[in-house]
Design a binder for this molecule. Structure first.
Ligand code: NI
Length: 415
């Protein structure tokens, strides 16, 4: 397949053709020939966006309990509903999220939620790419947590060598998992060459509570236990001292930045510009739709860049913001994706340059970060397959999914 006549985003934006064989980008150049092609005239051809932290089936709880403090939000609204989630709820919640993500140019996501087998099913059915975590939490019951880990390992075994799907370990956070348990999980992850997906330094009072009982902050504690490493994907890291950022950099920890969720739950603004300056790999995520409330990474990218400019307009360039949302996401999730380059996976989106929000085109990258919204996303290719063409989803029945998800969401909150 060829993508012809588009403005291709590599290190710069240039008019080129892109050749794809199977699921891989095989060539970039001028006037490539081939019989099967997409005409990308007047379109920006860019890497698909990578959502590195979400709880996808939480789409069912979108808008269910907003504008309340975190503790009340969790204990009175979210947790009681989550106790009643069925596998079928999760399946439709996942599909609803995937529809929204494809429409907003996301081609890969990293999930941590209940019934991960249903996320796998939704990914298989949609043609999406994903890393699905098995959720783990200890809550003071080591024996039970080790059983759940065993189940997680079996789950991982059932989906080895699947196209477009990888698995990761998802121990919830240092607050719900002891350092010893986390180290056991990390040992398995290292043996199996898997990612460990964890919430880290999200809320200031949680860090304080942990520090009081352990005599160290979570980041310091996880360093001294030997848990940190380049396979650790740490969601949030809103609060971190210079010393803690140096620790993350030294161990190659990836930070999964979720600015909307951090603001909505009043956790603060992560020092992303500083992280980048220090050489920490930062990628972008939406968190669950109950704490965002969209899964639109264009909105997230814009918010991220603007927040870093609070005191310095040059603190984050549009080029850096796009790199965080694409290439860094691919690196964090260990997929060879996030760049339009020979040998990379063909996860590509076409953005319509004739949309009002993309006009005029003085600086296309600037438009992508500060002006674009999901309505400009026209065509989406994942793993070399077209999943949306000219705004029409090719792999999913959108109306039916929206109807089913609505039914499951209403039923869930009234159950
Ligand atoms: Ni989260």
């Amino acid at each position: 397949m060829l993508i012809k006549n588009g403005w291709v985003l590599t290190n710069r934006v240039e008019k080129k053709d892109v050749a794809i064989e199977g699921n891989t980008i095989t060539e970039l150049g001028k006037s490539l020939s081939g019989s099967e092609y997409i005409d990308a005239s007047n379109h920006l051809v860019m890497p698909g966006l990578v959502n590195t932290h979400t709880h996808l089936a939480m789409t069912l709880l979108r808008g269910y309990a907003d504008d309340v403090p975190l503790h009340e939000w969790l204990t009175e609204y979210i947790w009681p509903r989550e106790m009643k989630l069925t596998p079928e709820d999760c399946y439709y919640g996942n599909l609803l999220g995937i529809v929204e993500m494809i429409r907003s140019g996301t081609t890969c996501f990293h999930d941590m939620y209940f019934h991960p087998d249903q996320a796998v099913k939704a990914v298989r059915d949609s043609g999406m790419r994903a890393v699905i975590s098995c959720s783990l939490a200890e809550f003071g019951n080591r024996a039970h947590a080790l059983d759940v880990l065993k189940t997680g390992l079996q789950f991982m075994k059932t989906i080895q060598n699947e196209p477009r799907i990888d698995t990761s370990f998802g121990p919830h956070s240092p607050l719900t998992c002891s350092p010893e348990y986390l180290l056991t999980v990390q040992d398995h992850a290292r043996k199996l060459n898997k990612i460990v997906h964890i919430h880290l330094h999200e809320a200031a009072d949680w860090i304080e509570k942990f520090s009081k009982s352990h005599g160290q902050t979570p980041i310091e504690c996880l360093e001294s236990s030997g848990f940190l490493g380049e396979n650790v994907c740490a969601a949030h890291v809103v609060h971190a001292t210079d010393k803690e950022l140096d620790i993350l950099k030294t161990h190659g920890v990836k930070v999964l930045h979720c600015p909307s969720s951090n603001l909505k739950l009043a956790n603060g603004i992560a020092p992303v510009a500083k992280m980048i300056k220090k050489g920490v790999c930062v990628a972008l995520g939406t968190d669950g739709a109950a704490s965002n409330n969209t899964l639109d990474l264009f909105a997230e990218m814009r918010l991220m860049a603007l927040l870093q400019k609070l005191h310095d307009p040059s603190a984050m360039t549009s080029g850096t913001a796009v790199k965080i949302a694409t290439e860094n996401g691919g690196s964090a999730l260990k997929w060879n994706a996030g760049r339009i380059e020979k040998g990379f996976l063909a996860d590509i989106i076409l953005v319509d340059l004739k949309k009002a929000c993309m006009t005029p085109g003085h600086d296309v990258l600037s438009n992508v970060v500060y002006a674009a919204n999901s309505s400009a996303v026209d065509t989406v290719i994942i793993d070399g397959r077209i999943v949306m063409e000219n705004g029409v989803l090719k792999t999913l029945h959108e109306d039916e999914i929206i109807e089913k998800a609505q039914e499951h969401a209403y039923d869930l909150v009234n159950r």
